[in-house]
Design a protein around this ligand. Structure first.
Ligand code: ADP
Ligand code: ZN
Ligand code: ZN
Length: 815
């Protein structure tokens, strides 16, 4: 008897796998997908291991296979095990990003009357409550009904309880069927000449054909590999009857071929040769190529590279030439870019250098395209996969190089659902396992990456300056405006006099401006209008959040409460403000201040559609608007030549978020705005408004001084025990009832503290519980506990948190 360990696609309370027995005659291999019973349901399972011993006593039988061959490789199964251990998620969650697109299928519940439809007319016992009776009556009108249909009619909760009761009374029956496949392999007819036709041609004994038949016949003759139906339709219109006639004469062969829906349209892509590298580029490429050509066991140097260079310094050209070297060595590659930079232009740049060898994976492709690209990669038909973070899990057989562009971008951290992985961390693990090379590129590296480079864990490669066509195009002039002075001199508008005058000038000259406000989520904080003082937590050094319901300030990091100051502790001013301004408010204010200007807003509220980013960019580049208003997304618009002014409305907003990465975030955003401009901004300028012009993040960004910023930031991190010196884990409990939610959080914090004490985990800090930054989400209250230690996952691994808790290891941003 053989047994299989399965990862099952259903919420489970313990992280491990489940044992099943394999029915006789069924051959099952690790990595294969199967159907398996789980409770009353049939669920999808992935085979992790096959053995002749079950891991647990009693086992049920696997019902059947979903895929005849393994979907996941041995390496991918290993990686999933590691992800589940590292991010404390179930093994199925860990491997779910590796599965083919549209793989997810559920069993659908159907309700029928028990025991057989013959008894339909039989009266139910009189004990049914009115609501049960209503549902039962409704069921009597049908043979079988999907449970979801009942839920839609009677409400989810009511239906679910009613069904359980009716099942218990033996009145109804619930069965499960598998939901239909959403995406399938696409086939197309292919036509070719038959053996007989070829013989006729050879002997010159071809029967007489009509002119139209000859036309089709010649087409087939010119395409000895066969021709697809769609192509033949282009060459000979209305060919169906002719094909039939030729088929009757046994002159043609018809076959079904799989067609790959290709997202890359090569008809507009130019094939381009490599550029001649500048000497600094040459040096960077040499280092990467040296690693590519050295077996990992012989390599004395780190095989991860941090390529630090501003936009336009030639990083992408280095990626392209390193990819060429990898391909030359027969290696495969993954290139990751933030979702927003995955534009047709970016894809064209890679596809144009490696025609036919690139596959693209991302969520904006149709399900069919995604499915086919995945299949194409799995079949070994693509050498380079390009996509956002999830493309890291493409079914490429052991990539030899992984490139992460804009590695500092926060979108590389998966927030929800599990696995809440960081792309960089997983990529690093993969490259270690596979002996591959990892290249991280950024103008403003993540503090963690630069720290590792400084400590010799990564090789640091620097590109000091911009290249042609920007060589000589200096960085734009950046002006810092102190908004405290504006206020003290009587300007209460959100526009400083400088920015106001600059916008007027731009409008008069019929040029374009971009206004930038980096508001994320429900940021709110308390600031003194006169001196810029921001209320901070004494033990965490993060800004406090105002809670109007309790009239006090709360630290979302450690949960400490502070009274709400009526006067500024710094200057005694009474002008204390609750601040928070988003793009919509800015649009409104801009419209009032510049009624003659045409405005365009760009933020996540207006970019839900498939090509909406591109549409906004196109609209703006055709000058259908004078001022573009948006969040950090607008940084992409800075490449437009018509733009001669960039205004940052309030540089402090991201600075004052209760997050230890606030300084880093602010620096990254401002450096991007101030450094990326440059292209069209010859003669233009950047105006940054702030209440804290002396802040190190703002100062360093204005001076384009990354090392200066890093030195200050890393000192703060060290002082406050924050990453990269310690690691964090964020536990969030959510529940509809506030008091219960709070209680559970208090209970867990207690349990954790007791465990920490008894284990003598001296370096482990447990902060909280405190209300999470988002205190209530979809009606649920949220409380959080933060753990800080060299390895919080180790401490948490064998603790059973129970339902309602979510874990985020190495969280980014606010929970
Ligand atoms: P980054 O990725 O750092 O933004 P790119 O590789 O996109 O930089 O280079 C910026 C511009 O300079 C591009 O237009 C690119 O074609 C050009 N470029 C890059 N390297 C060279 C080179 N060695 N010689 C000439 N032009 C180059
Ligand atoms: Zn003050
Ligand atoms: Zn605090």
């Amino acid at each position: 008897m053989a047994f299989a360990e399965l990862a099952v696609n259903t919420p489970v309370l313990r992280p491990g796998s489940f044992s099943y027995s394999i029915p006789l005659g069924l051959e099952i291999k690790p990595g294969q997908a199967v159907w398996a019973p789980f409770g009353p349901k049939i669920v999808q399972g992935i085979v992790l291991e096959v053995s002749d011993q079950p891991a647990f006593g009693q086992t049920r039988e696997i019902c059947g296979v979903i895929s005849d061959t393994p979907l996941l490789s041995f390496h991918q199964l290993n990686l999933a095990a590691w992800i589940s251990q590292t991010y404390l998620c179930s093994i199925y969650e860990a491997l779910s990003p590796m599965l083919p697109p549209s793989f997810e299928r559920r069993s659908v519940a159907y309700i029928s009357l028990e025991p057989s439809p013959l008894n339909k007319s039989e009266k139910p016992p009189a004990t049914l409550s009115p609501s049960l009776q209503k549902i039962f009556d409704w069921l009597q009108t049908r043979d079988i009904t999907p449970q979801t249909e009942l839920e839609n009619i009677f409400g989810k909760k009511t239906t679910q309880t009613a069904i359980l009761k009716l099942i218990n009374q033996g009145l109804i029956n619930r069965t499960y069927q598998i939901s239909p496949v959403r995406t399938q392999t696409k086939f197309e007819k292919h036509f070719g000449l038959s053996e007989q036709a070829l013989a006729f041609i050879k002997d010159q004994t071809l029967p007489k054909l009509s002119p139209r038949q000859t036309e089709v016949f010649e087409c087939l003759r010119e395409n000895p590999q066969g021709i697809s139906k769609s192509r033949l339709n282009l060459l000979v219109k209305n060919n169906a009857a002719i094909l039939k006639a030729l088929e009757k004469k046994e002159l043609i062969l018809t076959e079904e071929h799989q067609v790959f829906r290709q997202p890359i349209d090569y008809s507009h892509i130019e094939t381009l040769p490599h550029l001649k590298l500048s000497p600094p580029q040459e040096k960077c490429l040499e280092s990467i190529n040296r690693s590519l050509n050295t077996p990992p066991e012989d390599d004395q140097n780190p095989r991860t590279f941090l390529l630090h260079g501003i936009t336009g310094s030639g990083k992408t050209e280095i990626y392209l030439q390193a990819l060429a070297e990898a391909l030359r060595l027969g290696k495969k590659a993954i290139v990751l870019v933030p979702e927003i930079s995955l534009t047709p232009q970016t894809i064209a740049r890679f596809a144009g250098r490696f025609p036919g060898r690139v596959a693209v994976l991302h969520s904006r492709l149709s399900p069919g395209e995604q499915f086919d690209e995945w299949q194409r990669i799995k079949n070994g038909q693509a050498d380079i996969v390009i996509g956002p973070r999830s493309a890291l899990f493409a079914p490429l057989d052991k990539p030899g190089i992984i490139i992460i562009d804009e590695e500092h971008e926060w979108t590389y951290k998966q927030q929800n659902p599990q696995p809440r992985y960081h792309t960089r961390t997983v990529a690093l693990k993969m490259t270690e396992e596979y002996g591959a090379v990892l290249v991280l590129g950024s103008a403003t590296p993540d503090i963690d990456s630069y720290f590792k480079a400084q400590n010799g864990l990564y090789q640091l490669l620097e590109l000091p300056e911009r290249l042609t066509p920007y060589r000589g195009a200096s960085l734009p002039k950046t002006e810092l405006v102190d908004m405290r002075t504006e206020l003290s001199e009587g300007n209460r508008s959100i526009f400083s006099r400088n920015l106001h005058a600059s916008i007027e000038k731009v409008l008069a000259k019929h040029e374009q401006a971009i206004l930038f406000i980096n508001r994320r989520g429900g940021a709110s904080f308390i600031q003194c209008r006169d001196c810029g003082y921001v209320a901070m937590c004494k033990s965490c050094d993060t800004p406090l959040t105002y809670h109007p319901d309790q009239e006090n300030l709360v630290c979302h990091q450690c949960g400490r409460h502070y009274p709400n100051p009526l006067t500024c502790p710094n200057c005694k001013s009474r002008r204390i403000k609750y601040l928070g301004m988003g793009t919509q408010k800015l649009e409104e204010e801009t419209g009032l201040a510049f009624p003659q200007a045409k405005l365009l807003r760009w933020d996540s509220d207006v970019t839900k559609g498939k090509d909406s980013h591109q549409q906004i960019m196109d609209k703006f580049s055709r000058h259908q608007a004078d001022i573009l208003i948006g969040t950090q997304m607008v940084a992409k618009g800075l490449d437009l030549p018509g733009v001669t002014l960039v205004g940052v409305i309030n540089a402090d907003i991201s600075l004052n978020l209760p997050d230890f990465r606030a300084g880093e975030r602010t620096f990254q955003l401002l450096a991007q705005v101030a450094g990326r401009a440059g292209r069209g901004l010859a003669g233009g300028k950047v105006v940054i408004q702030t209440y804290t012009p002396e802040n190190y993040a703002i100062q360093s960004a204005v001076c384009h001084d990354y090392p200066g910023f890093y030195a200050k930031e890393i000192a703060y991190r060290r002082e406050l025990n924050n990453p990269p010196f310690q690691k964090l884990a964020c536990l969030v409990f959510s529940h509809l009832n506030h008091d219960f939610c709070q209680q559970q959080a208090i209970l867990l914090a207690q349990t954790l503290r007791e465990k920490a004490d008894s284990a003598g985990s001296g370096t482990l800090e447990i902060l909280g519980p405190a209300p999470a930054f988002i205190q209530r989400l979809r009606g649920r209250y949220r409380y959080q506990i933060i753990l800080r230690s060299p390895n919080p996952a180790n401490f948490l691994r064998d603790i059973n948190l129970g339902q309602g808790w979510s874990i985020d290891i190495d969280p980014y941003g606010l929970c």
